[in-house]
Design a protein around this ligand. Sequence first.
Ligand code: FES
Length: 171
Amino acid sequence: MLAQQDSMAFRKCVQVLLRYSLAPGSTRTHPRFLHTVPRLCSQSQTDGSSGSKVLVHFVNQSGVKSSVFVTEGETLLDVVIKKNLDISGFGACEGTLACSTCHLIFEESVYDKLEPVVDEEVDMLDLAYGLTKTSRLGCQVTVERWMDGMTVHVPQEIKDQRGKQEAVSSK
Ligand code: FES
């Protein structure tokens, strides 16, 4: 199981590195890039056996609440996938900052304490439907102890910015 997770983490890191290094006008030497890639790689290598358990509530597009205990250090994208939460179209690009389908809306008191947003995340958020002042991308937010009991909301509509597929709630 751990070997499989390590393999997935490695693939995710390679995807991110290739995406940025092959893009026209590559930003691979930009300080924001140097900050983002190690964070993506280290987050995805969480083995799920260490760290505290944190209670997180997700409210999906239909208003259905799911409460799960998650491992500190996982991203919210990891949580949705591992717990198989019923959130339509979530995490289409697997955390490579290319889709914005992992858009989540946070409580203001939680949002204010989150790690600063990087330029690449801002670019994706700008394209997201239903953007709010407390919106973030779930693939960029790591669960920490202090988040215990928080509730995150999935916006009513999401769109895959890669243009390959669209997932819109039934409202
Ligand atoms: Fe695609 Fe987060 S999963 S931007």
